[in-house]
Design a protein around this ligand. Sequence first.
Ligand SMILES: NC(=O)c1ccc[n+]([C@@H]2O[C@H](COP(=O)([O-])OP(=O)(O)OC[C@H]3O[C@@H](n4cnc5c(N)ncnc54)[C@H](O)[C@@H]3O)[C@@H](O)[C@H]2O)c1
Length: 380
Amino acid sequence: MSHRSIGVVMNGVTGRMGYRQHLVRSVLAINEQGGVTLSDGGRVTLRPVLVGRNPDKLAKLAADHGIEEWTTELDAALADESNLIYFDAQVTQARVKAVLAAIEAGKHVYAEKPTAENHGDAVALAEAAAARGVKNGVVQDKLFLPGLLKLRRLIDGGFFGRILSVRGEFGYWVFEGDWQAAQRPSWNYRAEDGGGIVLDMFPHWTYVLENLFGRIESVYAHAVTHVPERVDERGETYPATADDAAYGVFELEGGVVAQINSSWTVRVNRDELVEFQVDGTHGSAVAGLRNCRIQHRAATPRPVWNPDLPVTARFRDGWQEVPDNAEFDNGFKTQWEMFVRHVLEDAPFPHDFASGARGVRVAELALRSSAEGRRLAMER
Ligand SMILES: NC(=O)c1ccc[n+]([C@@H]2O[C@H](COP(=O)([O-])OP(=O)(O)OC[C@H]3O[C@@H](n4cnc5c(N)ncnc54)[C@H](O)[C@@H]3O)[C@@H](O)[C@H]2O)c1
C-alpha cells in the first residue's frame, strides 16, 4: 500500500489548544498510529511545520517532540509547495489575516473556532476559500465527544419521541488571578483582544444544536461581566471588558427550545463541566462530555408538589447509564483525520468555513440581542 507524507503548517502551537489538542493529541498521535488511513488502504503521515512569534519557544517545542521544521516566517512556510495544509490555532484576533494569506498561497485551510471575530470576516474567509478552490474546515470538536455521540445515537434510535427542549449548563470558576492564578489566558476577558464567553462558546453551541436538533431560528441572550477586574499572566490588574457569563435562549426549527447557560463565574455542582438535558415526549437524557444518562417515559416517577413534606424520592437514582458500545477516540484527532481525507480524496467534511460563519453569526446576534434586550431572528 502507498505511503506518503504531507506538510502541515501549524500556527499557534505554543497556545493551549494548538499544543495539547492539535499538535500532541492529534497530529503527533496520528503519526504514532502510522498515519491517516485512506479508502484505498494507503497511509498518510503528517509533517508538522511549526509557526509562531517566539523562536525560543518554537525551538524547544520542536526539540521536545523531534520535529524538524519550525519558523517565525509564515510566508516562508506557505511558499513551500510540499506543505498542503495550513492550520490556525492562534488567538482569534490573529486568525483572519493568516488564513487569508494561506488561502492566497493555495493551501487547504483548517482553523480553530471562531473562524473570525465578526460575521463579515467569517463569510469573507468562506468566500475566499471557495474562490481559490481550497478545502476548508473549522474545529467542531464537541460533536465527537463520547457523551454527545451517545446523544446522537439516542436521537438516531428514536429514543426521545418528539424532542421538546434542550437545557445546557456550561461553566466553572475561572480564578481572578489575584490569590490563585487564572486557568485561562487573560485575552479571554478583554473584548478588545477578541475575548468574551459569547464569542468563545456560542460557536460551539451553534454546531452542537444545529447538528443534533435543528437549525437555529432565533437567539436571545443576556451577556454580562460579573467579575469586572482580573489579574493577568504578569501579575498586573486589568479591567475585564468582555462578558464572562451569558444566558441564552435559542428557538430551533421544529419548535425545539434550547436554553444554554455559559459561565466562567459559577462553581460546579454537576457531574461534568458541560451537560445537556434533552427532554422528549418518550424519554429524557443528560449528556456530558463522556457520559450520558437516560430516563424512559415508562420509568418516569410521578412527583407531586408538596413543600410541607420532605423529599424522600432520590430522583437521580432513577436514571440509567448509556453504555459505550464503542471505542471513542480523541475528538480533535478524529476531525483531523476526516479533514486529511477530505483534502486528499474528497471525503465528506460538513464542518466547513460556511458552517463556522454561522457560529460567528449566532455569537454576533447574541451580543446584539443582549445589548438591545430583545430576541433576534437568525437568517437561514
Ligand atoms: N475547540 C475548543 O474547544 C477551543 C477551546 C479553547 C480555545 N479555542 C480557540 O483556540 C484559539 C486559541 O485559544 P487558546 O486558549 O489556545 O489561546 P492561547 O492564548 O493559549 O494561545 C494563543 C496562541 O496564539 C499565538 N498568538 C498569535 N498572535 C498572538 C497575539 N497577537 N497575542 C497573543 N497570542 C498570539 C500565541 O503565541 C499562542 O500560540 C482561540 O481562537 C480559541 O477560540 C478552541
